[in-house]
Ligand binder design. Structure first.
Ligand code: PLP
Length: 426
């Protein structure tokens, strides 16, 4: 069916009053058509440009210090936090008394129900535990399950904190580089086995992957689990971008794919990316294997890292126990930004190729055809176009010639970025 006809039919259905706007939106994923029927889906305005100056934002302060660049780097978004999440925080603060707090049952219940409803995985309540942050948790797990001199496998180009904390703790980083093929990446499962030796203790998996936004398929996850289980290697699976699965895709939690995955896997995730509350530092772990879970909890306990703050508890319950309409609509907006940037580059600057993310708000741009060295490439974006980005080389092997662009912002910022880039290349 032609798009115009489809929009007209959805609009007619909406105007008939037979179907509620939310249901119509949920069924069609098409806000444009719902609005054409004179109906509103939610009161959220992702086009609103919010002034973040004076809020101690790392993203904005650095951009300002560098002479007022467009801040499209570090991974937080420029949208307001989901209203029910801010309401929960404000409501709690207004009650004034902020004493030491235990984690209530409904925290665990909200998480278990969310994962079952959104990801189709039924967890036991005991598998879930609070953790102060995903990277805090991964760094703690590196210390808990390995010793200095042991090997930690990563799959570059990948989120730089994995290497930073593993190396900072005296572990040896071993690379199993991703394979770049047909404009996207896959894991090199044949090579993985050859990287493992008797000093290898763990593999850090980024699921979905940052940068690149790949959502790993079930088959690859099953095979990773088989290989790791065979060699006594545990898998730390960072799933912080999982709730930002785009295009109707469903996130697959690593530990859910097989008995082997449940035996070797520890999932680190949290509400901070999807609900844009990164500065509030909260996360959770899902660890089905009792022995690994108890050892890790004991490690955190002995360092007093198991006490959650009041905002952490309130925001997690609010994020996971509401109808996720805000999240779904925000993800449609992100998809619109991705499509806009990808179409613009394909049309106007075809030498820059986009690795289209399947999840999240980070675009990985293949700029190798511009023929610039890495300093020249970063300078093109930052000095000439005035866009603050993340340098592809910080993601290590395979990152040269690439940059990472954060499009979690109003579309007008994406438009400005694209026209600045075009002008800089003229
Ligand atoms: C893959 C990945 N893991 C973890 C983090 C940070 O998580 P946290 O703030 O909970 O340490 C980020 C932030 O960009 C990320 O992209």
């Amino acid at each position: 069916m032609k798009r115009r006809t489809f929009l007209n039919r959805v609009a007619l259905l909406g105007a008939s009053g037979l179907v509620a706007p939310e249901l119509l939106f949920g069924l069609t994923g098409c806000k444009e058509a719902v609005e054409a029927a004179g109906l509103s889906v939610g009161g959220w305005d992702f086009d609103e440009v919010i002034d973040r100056s004076g809020t101690y934002s790392i993203k904005y302060d650095r951009a300002e210090k560098m002479g007022g660049k467009l801040p499209m780097w570090i991974a937080d978004m420029d949208f307001r936090t989901a209203p029910y999440v801010s309401d929960a925080l404000v409501g709690r603060v207004k009650r004034d008394v902020m004493g030491y707090t235990s984690i209530p049952d409904k925290y665990y219940e909200a998480i278990v129900s969310w994962v079952e409803a959104r990801q189709g995985w039924r967890m036991e309540r005991e598998w879930v535990n609070y953790c102060p942050g995903v990277i805090t948790g991964i760094a703690a797990a590196i210390e808990c399950f390995s010793s200095p001199g042991d090997k930690v496998i990563v799959q570059p180009p990948v989120y730089n904190s994995f290497m930073q904390y593993a190396e900072g703790l005296g572990r040896i980083v071993a690379n199993n580089p991703l394979i770049f093929e047909n404009g996207s990446y896959r894991m090199d499962l044949e090579h993985l086995e050859s990287v493992i030796d008797d000093r290898t203790r763990m593999l850090i998996l980024c699921n979905p992957h940052n940068p690149g936004g790949m959502m790993w398929d079930r088959d690859s996850l099953v095979r990773i689990a088989q290989i790791c289980e065979r060699h006594g290697v545990i898998v730390l699976s960072d799933e912080i971008h999982g709730d930002l699965a785009l295009g109707g895709r469903r996130h697959i939690p690593f530990c859910s794919v097989s008995g082997e995955a449940a035996k070797v896997g520890l999932i680190f995730t949290g509400p901070t990316k999807a609900f844009n509350v990164a500065g509030l530092h909260t996360a959770q772990t899902y660890i089905p294997n009792k022995e690994l879970r108890e050892r890790f909890q004991d490690y955190l306990d002995r360092r007093k890292l198991t006490e959650a703050s009041i905002p952490a508890i309130e925001l997690t319950i609010a994020a996971y126990s509401h109808e996720p309409r805000w999240l779904d609509e925000m993800k449609l907006y992100l998809q619109g930004n991705i499509d806009y940037v990808a179409d613009f580059l394909a049309r106007e600057i075809p030498a820059i190729k986009v690795v289209k993310p399947e999840a999240s708000f980070l675009m990985w741009l293949d700029c190798r055809a511009l023929g610039l060295d890495q300093n020249g490439l970063v300078s093109l974006f930052q000095d000439k176009a005035g866009i603050l980005i993340n340098n592809g080389e910080s993601y290590r092997q395979g990152g040269t010639g690439f940059i990472r662009l954060n499009i979690g912002c109003p579309r007008s910022i994406c438009r400005q970025a694209m026209s600045r880039l075009q002008a800089a290349l003229r």
